[in-house]
Design a protein around this ligand. Structure first.
Ligand code: NAP
Ligand code: SF4
Length: 683
């Protein structure tokens, strides 16, 4: 017997999320939009074939509408892929046909993205103003150049119809071409395209008008406005409203909201940003217009989406990264299987950090994302009995993938709970989302019938007696103990004891090691009050955002309010490079800014000499110094834990090593989960 939509438990639980919406003649079957996300696949071999499979999986996963990653309207647009002539249509047809074949009711819109001053190479812009994050100063567009861009937008939209798309999205934010016209900082023109706001918004409005003229009345045109650009001297609220009303008049079908420019220094998508953080802005804008409006940013679970819709803050919710993490998110919500959703934890480690380093996008918690044709989970032809030792990220990924493929998996951990290092991460203020990954795996262990043995030290004898076909050691790491005099002094504490709270920390602290964990520990010991990621007011204060009054850019004249624990903290490394270089490209700066504001003294090029009652003796800048601290916290990386694999070798039992047990140097959860997933897909 098949289940009808009305019988699916999630449909009545999330009535607004699953309510259809008519956009002109088009009907969206629900309010869930897969937001635009650049994947970098366009530039890969068979990139469009891979994109077709990637989007089709998300269409099957239940989403109502998909917006593709950005495609340039011409060569100047600077994205990896453009749609500017009929010869480029066929590759896009692969995508649209695959999506419509997967589910004919799903709409797919192509985002037209002209990077303007951020294009590489040969950027163009309203004025020759170099962005802090651009490589080159852009060439100023003359009148003929402006006209060319406008007609290229219209041409691109016309070609999108030919390619089988249901609509297009025009992005007018983030520091790309359209937004560069909007603000005085980047538009210094004195002709009719600059000066007054009426003139500055002329280009984006004209793009909207030309696109509508080119595509006729029935094609969906989403216009993405910079609802809060987070720039000093950026757009005022009145300007945001004026622009939105004008593009509504020029024929936009849907308004999408975007927050920040890439060069701004306010986190808008990192894990420390509260869920649905910016929806108060979307809500206010929605009251000004008659069009459906899309909310975005940090909406990662169906209850968050439902709440945004129920508050009247939006008509549709965009989820981009959550669809990387779990292609089935919407179906799982509909079927009341929310606890099986592999939640996007906003770490950016395999998505945006990859994008901004020129690597193809994927997802830390779902390494299949954007690699759907490369990593497949085929049903095992000859199911094996597999022991996995260690229920940290690597062991959990291996166990669940192997079990999904039909293997019989027994998962051992000597701890009383699963999660390994993620149990430490989730305790760091701003990283609470990591507990979602543990919840996901806990549920999948139940669903897949994995035999979980907690509080069980899997010895070589026990494993031998178990008669397993395969043994996988994911027993992780042990924290490295630096070989320096006084390392066993009572004031020395390991990071595990600090994070779990089993050892207290004094008023003055030296943190030895400034990798990801050194930074996490510095955050923990300098933190005071509620976590910003769980409290929008704290977040707004900490980053200097005024949501209520919306000064220019939302930030102009608003000073961040720093709250910090009463503690002197030194964060140190031996390398002479700037601290935090190993942190994520899109998030490292947020940690550096936060700790600097809290007065953490970051010191590179340190030589550790000894620890004694006086404190930590170091040499830096050629001078011997004594840091008179009460506590020295060791965050000096890890060593692989090899005891078990060595014991197994003594019995002549072969085992596969994964995660930190395999290689602890520079190992992070992304590498561990990726390696484990690939191995489990092949066993
Ligand atoms: P890590 O990134 O390898 O950093 C270890 C730190 O210890 C370095 O600063 C290193 O700098 C120092 N160190 C190494 N050997 C030392 C020794 N013998 N004596 C004194 N200092 C020594 O390791 P981690 O911080 O423990 O992090 C583990 C993994 O988790 C990493 O891959 C990390 O990227 C990941 N992680 C990431 C995040 C994130 O936010 N993305 C957060 C937490 C963890 P010097 O050698 O220059 O002194
Ligand atoms: Fe989300 Fe992290 Fe996956 Fe990116 S890598 S989609 S932020 S979980």
């Amino acid at each position: 017997m098949t289940t009808t939509n009305a019988e699916k438990p999630g449909i009545s639980k999330y009535p607004r999320l699953f309510a259809p919406l008519d956009i002109g003649p088009a009907r969206l079957k629900n309010r869930a939009v897969m937001g635009s996300m650049h994947t970098g696949l366009e530039e890969q071999e068979n990139g469009f074939e891979r994109l077709a499979v990637y989007y089709a999986e998300r269409a099957r996963g239940g989403v109502g509408m998909i917006v593709t990653g950005g495609i340039s309207p011409n060569a100047e647009g600077g994205m990896g892929s453009k749609l500017s002539n009929s010869g480029e249509v066929a590759q896009h047809r692969l995508i649209t046909e695959a999506v419509h074949a997967a589910d004919a009711s799903v709409k797919i819109c192509m985002q037209i993205l002209h990077a303007g001053p951020l294009a590489n190479p040969a950027p163009v812009a309203p004025s020759p103003v170099k962005s802090r994050i651009a490589r080159e100063t852009p060439r100023e567009l003359d009148e003929a150049g402006i006209e060319k861009q406008l007609s290229d937008f219209a041409n691109c939209a016309r070609l999108a119809i030919e390619a089988g798309y249901d609509g297009v999205e025009i992005i007018s934010s983030a520091g790309y071409l359209l937004s560069a016209f909007l603000v005085e900082k980047t538009n210094r023109r004195t002709d009719s395209w600059g000066g007054s706001f009426e003139n500055r918004m002329r280009f984006p409005v004209e793009v909207m008008r030309r696109v509508r003229e080119a595509v006729g009345d029935e094609f969906i045109v989403i216009f993405r406005v910079p609802a809060m650009d987070m720039l000093e001297g950026g757009m005022s609220w009145e300007e945001v409203v004026t622009l939105t009303k004008r593009v509504e008049k020029e024929g936009a079908s849907i308004i999408n909201c975007h927050f920040t420019w890439h060069e701004a220094r306010i986190p808008t998508i990192a894990t420390m940003v509260p869920r649905a953080a910016f929806t108060s802005v979307t809500e206010r804008l929605r009251k000004e217009i008659g069009l459906p409006i899309i909310a975005s940013n940090r909406i990662n679970m169906p209850d968050v989406a439902e709440d945004v819709l129920a508050r009247g803050a939006a008509d549709l919710v965009a989820m981009a990264r959550p669809m990387l993490a779990d292609a089935e998110l919407v179906n799982k919500a509909a079927e009341g299987r929310e606890d099986e959703i592999n939640t996007c934890i906003a770490c950016n480690q395999a998505c945006l950090d990859h994008t901004f380093s020129g690597k193809p996008t994927s997802c830390m918690v779902n390494p299949r994302a954007c690699r759907e044709t490369l990593i497949t989970f085929e049903t095992a032809r000859a199911p094996k009995s597999i022991a996995v030792v260690g229920a940290g990220p690597a062991g959990l990924a291996y166990a669940t993938v192997a079990a999904e493929r039909g293997h019989r998996v027994t998962l051992f951990d000597s701890a009383p709970e699963i999660g390994g290092q993620f149990n430490l991460a989730k305790r760091i203020p701003g990283k609470e989302e990591f507990s979602e990954t543990i919840r996901y795996y806990a549920r999948m262990i139940e669903v897949l019938g994995i035999d979980l043995r907690l509080n069980t030290k899997a010895s070589a004898e026990l494993l031998k007696a178990g008669g397993f076909d395969e043994i996988v050691v994911a027993a992780g790491i042990v924290p490295r103990v630096p070989d320096i005099e006084g390392i066993d002094h009572p004031k020395v504490v390991g990071y595990v004891d600090v994070i779990t709270g089993s050892r207290s920390v004094g008023k003055s602290v030296a943190i030895m090691g400034a990798g990801g964990i050194g930074f996490d520990v510095a955050e923990l010991v300098t933190h005071a009050g509620p976590s910003a990621s769980l409290n929008i007011d704290v977040f707004a204060k900490e980053w200097g955002i005024d949501f209520k009054n919306h000064p220019r850019g939302g930030v102009t004249g608003v000073e961040p309010v720093v709250t910090a624990a009463d503690r002197t903290v030194y964060l140190m490394q031996r390398k002479t490079s700037r601290l935090g270089r190993s942190l994520g490209r899109t998030t490292g700066w947020t940690h550096r800014i936060t700790l600097t504001r809290r007065g953490v003294k970051m010191i590179q090029g340190v030589e550790y000499k000894k620890i004694d009652d006086q404190g930590l003796h170091v040499v830096f800048e050629g001078e011997p110094r004594i840091l008179d601290v009460e506590t020295v916290i060791i965050c000096a990386g890890q060593e692989p834990l090899r005891t078990l694999s060595d014991d197994l070798a003594k019995y002549g039992i072969s085992a596969s090593l994964i995660g930190g047990a395999y290689e602890a140097v520079e190992l992070d959860a992304k590498t561990a989960i990726d390696q484990a997933t690939r191995m489990a897909a092949a066993v």
